[in-house]
Design a protein around this ligand. Sequence first.
Ligand code: DGY
Length: 301
Amino acid sequence: MPTVVVTADLPGLVPPADWTVLGPADWRAALPDADALLCMLTDRIDASVLDAGPRLRALGTVSAGVDHIDLAACAARGVAVVNTPGVLTEPTADLAFGLLLAAARVFTEAGAALREGLWTGWSPDAFVGRDVHGATLGLVGYGRIGRAVAARATGFGMTVLHHTRHDTGAPGWTSALHDLLRASDFVSLHVPLTGETRRLVGARELALLGPDGVLVNTSRGPVVDEPALAAALHERTLFAAGLDVYEDEPAVHPGLLASPYAVLLPHVGSATRATRLAMTALAVSGVASVLAGAIPPNVVG
Ligand code: DGY
């Protein structure tokens, strides 16, 4: 009978019949008895958490991202990590494309003016945005979600480029991030947060995207230098941004909150009912496989 500790009330959690489930209240106190831990991306799983659970064999995170987990510490302790890739690809791509459209067409500025009673009627020069159709989209990262965004962009008549470190062999690949930024009207970020991608997009990169450029980020906040982005929007050296993720969630840089050219969402890329159920089910099945001595397809690394 494995004991599995959960850090949150997970939507639709249907644990296998032989599990004893403890938590989420006082989940840390239950760790000494835990064979497995089911966590979320807001839980920082470091060596101290792992050391509190010396019996742990499996760690399941109800997220695709694993930047909140010390993977080396897990490996050193023989704890297998499973995540939820694939099931959130399409909703996250939908959201990224929604942010792209909303930022291009100044939804925040136009919507706020309407709600605040400042809209005085149709005007030839009010709330004028950028064309999406016919523009060039640069994707930074070309995994599942990047490719799903590319499919949407193609449907909108965009030219799609992508940057990854290794040649994907697909049309539109460039090895140089700066070349991609120079060539793109829109840039959407789809990389995991690692030491190499932290603040990958800073003042220099935003300057290359230019005053007509639009940045979309649905990956992880720290991939972007948030103060530099807020400054670029304020100084109008970047046209707009569409953001679902932030450097220090749930805090949001005041310069972004103040900008009419930032479309801001509270990390909801995977927030559809079906997707959240599928994420929980995938994390549970991965943990169950590890506990049964198997190596599931969603094991990390
Ligand atoms: C993930 O799964 O990593 C997403 O950021 C959460 O929706």
